[in-house]
Design a protein around this ligand. Structure first.
Ligand code: ATP
Ligand code: MG
Length: 630
């Protein structure tokens, strides 16, 4: 390099394109994405993809869309030439996948490209290639074929970043799946090295999800659906108990475009915060549809990101919609009987009505129809229409015999928080022979002090006593704190224990927070604490362990009980220690009380760590064990 200053000079056109391509075209999958998006914008009904050598040797995409007239073919390959927008105003409300007029030019600058197209009223197809020159007559049906070969052949620096053919093929397949999930109305075929690989017919959104993600995954999901003003959200998300170790299967679409978005990811995490074990990852397919003017798509070179005009509102909308889906989804597990075919049709028409953006092949806002089969072989559907067991009925059944201190505490723990008294009577014989009508049935006994066995109409129910109680207590604590009606219980005998001076200091520093959580904790000396009252719900738990944990949590996360996430961490610790431990003998009445309360509790089918709290063993499965009727 000479030290002399170089003159400023305009860059040659090809180099400009190659630089631009650097941002857009990273690997074969990015070429495929651009070609697929063009076919979608052209309102294709069927798209065929042919890959050679993992897409490095060849990527050809054929569609049956509108086609490009002969005299515009050369322009299609030129930079900054597009049919999709013409003004800033149009850019701000863009409803097509493309808008920069740059993709084909970028591809042409780093690979060999041939473009063949025929419009509906042309007598034949016409073809141009990346070297320029006039269009030549060609054979071909209506629609467009873009054939891209030898990607990065002339640019060794980029070529060497490509991976093995199988890896690049994997990226291409992933890209096709992403695009196809949001376009169920379009038929897709994929060939690799001339062998057929995939064929997804046009159909419903749920059919497409089944084709791509598999029926098993769909059975592990609940559906989400919410519309507010001009925003609508539809999709499926995995039940926490089926959450995955890897962060794959996270599909978010905004107006049909696959994106990654921090605001929405955070809202999703928040919805799962209560129910997901630390290292588990949520999985979801979510379609957000909103007025194109309220989202900016022009913020990232490969259009992977968007910016919401009002990201706060979006966050709140998504978090609420998904929390509701997770909460109610657990109360009404998907079941064929619970989801008649008619409701699918209703949903489809609702979807069409809610579609706001034009020009997206009519499918910019695909609904995620419900998974149609039972949510896992051992999870039955709950009978009540709204997924809850009628409160009046459980009150009749709910009863506690006169008993010792434990039972009184138990009763306090299960007093409904809205002030209704659980009532009295004997629980042993429920009214009207309703034994089997409760979703979770009636308790038969306890197994090894860990599980409750109960009988319901479907067969045998097994409940993890501690996990279930923990969830119930946690939800009750949350509700009580939200309503500022957390009943406290003075301890007849205060609990005194030794702590480190640091912990004693924390207890003092966070005295106010502890009080708000229903815990009266005072110093008993420089290194000991006295607990004088606790939330009544927790009076029968391990108070010392609970207070130690809450103080430790406070030290770690600080206090701000108004911040729901932090508060919930504290409540979760409290519930864990306040809940009945394994190895405690319960009476049948106590067991039934727990079952009834579970039926009333949101998210009751998993504990705070996302483990299941109960499973159903259908009679048919038990029969199989004994080879009955075979
Ligand atoms: N498969 C196709 N069918 C019909 N027209 C097409 C097809 N592919 C490209 N075109 C036309 O060629 C033009 C240029 O395509 P290109 O992908 O380069 O830009 P774009 O889609 O407009 O914007 P972007 O760079 O954001 O993708 C498009 O505007 C469209 O008119
Ligand atoms: Mg394009």
């Amino acid at each position: 390099m000479t030290s002399e200053r170089r003159r400023i000079a305009p860059l040659p056109d090809t180099l400009i394109s190659q630089i631009a391509a650097g941002e857009v075209i990273e690997r074969p999958a990015s070429v495929l994405k651009e070609l697929l998006e063009n076919a979608i914008d052209a309102r294709a009904r069927a798209i065929e993809v042919r890959l050679g050598g993992g897409g490095i040797r060849r990527i050809a995409v054929r569609d049956d869309g509108t086609g490009i007239p002969r005299d515009e073919l050369a322009l299609a390959l030129a930079r900054h030439a597009t049919s999709k927008i013409q003004s800033l105003g149009e850019l701000e409300s863009v409803a097509t996948m493309g808008f920069r007029g740059e993709a084909l030019a970028s591809i042409a600058s780093v690979a060999t490209i041939t473009l063949t197209s025929r419009t509906a009223n042309a007598a034949q197809a016409w073809q141009v290639d990346g070297r320029g020159g006039p269009a030549t007559a060609a054979a071909g049906a209506n629609g467009t074929t873009v054939d891209v070969r030898q990607l990065f052949d002339e640019i060794p620096a980029r070529r060497k970043f490509l991976r093995a053919e199988t890896t690049e093929y994997g990226h291409c397949l992933g890209m096709l799946e992403r695009v196809a999930l949001a376009q169920p109305d379009i038929e897709f075929r994929l060939f690799h090295n001339d062998k057929p690989q995939k064929h997804w017919r046009a159909g419903s959104a749920s059919q497409r999800m089944r084709d791509i993600l598999g029926i098993e995954f769909l059975q592990q999901c609940v559906t989400a659906e919410r519309t507010h003003d001009l925003i609508s959200l539809r999709g499926i998300l995995v039940r926490p108990t089926h959450a995955r170790g890897r962060a794959d299967r996270q599909y978010l679409y905004v107006n049909g475009r696959y994106v990654r978005d921090r605001t929405v990811s955070h809202a999703i995490r928040q919805a799962y915060a209560d129910v997901l074990h630390g290292d588990r990852q949520p999985a979801y397919v979510l379609f957000l549809a909103l007025d194109p003017r309220s989202v900016d798509v022009n913020v990232h070179p490969s259009k992977h990101e968007v910016r919401f005009r009002d990201s706060g509102a979006m966050h709140q909308f998504v978090a609420q919609a998904l929390s509701a889906a997770l909460a109610s989804g657990t109360a009404t597990p998907d079941h064929p009987a619970a989801r008649p075919a008619a409701s699918m049709a209703d949903r489809a028409s609702a979807r069409n009505a809610a579609t706001t953006e034009p020009g997206m092949a009519g499918n910019a806002n695909p609904a995620a129809d419900a998974p149609t089969t039972a949510g896992g072989a051992h999870i039955p559907s709950m009978p009540a229409a709204d997924g809850r067991y009628p409160r009046a009925q459980w009150q009749q059944t709910f009863a506690l015999r006169d008993g010792g201190r434990d039972q009184a505490a138990w009763q306090a723990a299960y007093r409904p928080l809205d002030g209704n008294d659980p009532g009295t009577g004997t629980a042993s014989d429920p009214p009207g022979g309703a034994t089997e009508d409760f979703p979770l049935g009636m308790a038969l006994g306890q197994l090894h002090g860990i599980y409750i066995l109960a009988q319901n109409r479907a067969g045998l129910v097994l409940v993890d006593m501690h996990a279930a109680h923990e969830r119930v207590v946690y939800e009750q604590l949350k509700r009580a704190l939200d309503a500022r009606t957390l009943p406290r219980q003075e301890l007849l005998v205060p609990v005194v224990f030794n702590v480190s001076e640091a912990d004693a200091g924390l207890a003092e520093e966070y005295h106010q927070t502890l009080t708000e959580l229903g815990l009266t904790v005072t110093p008993g000396g420089p290194a000991s604490l006295i607990v004088r009252s606790v939330p009544a719900l927790l009076a029968s738990g391990d108070i010392e362990a609970m207070v130690r944990h809450v103080i430790r949590d406070l030290g770690a996360i600080g206090s701000s009980p108004r911040l729901t996430e932090q508060r919930n961490i504290l409540l979760s610790s409290m519930a864990c220690h306040g809940a009945v431990r394994a190895n405690r003998r319960l009476t049948l009445d106590e067991m039934n009380a727990l079952l009834r309360t579970m039926e009333q509790t949101d998210r009751a089918d998993q504990c705070n760590h996302g483990r299941p709290t109960w499973v159903q063993w259908p009679l048919a499965d038990l029969d199989k064990l004994f080879l009955r009727g075979q």
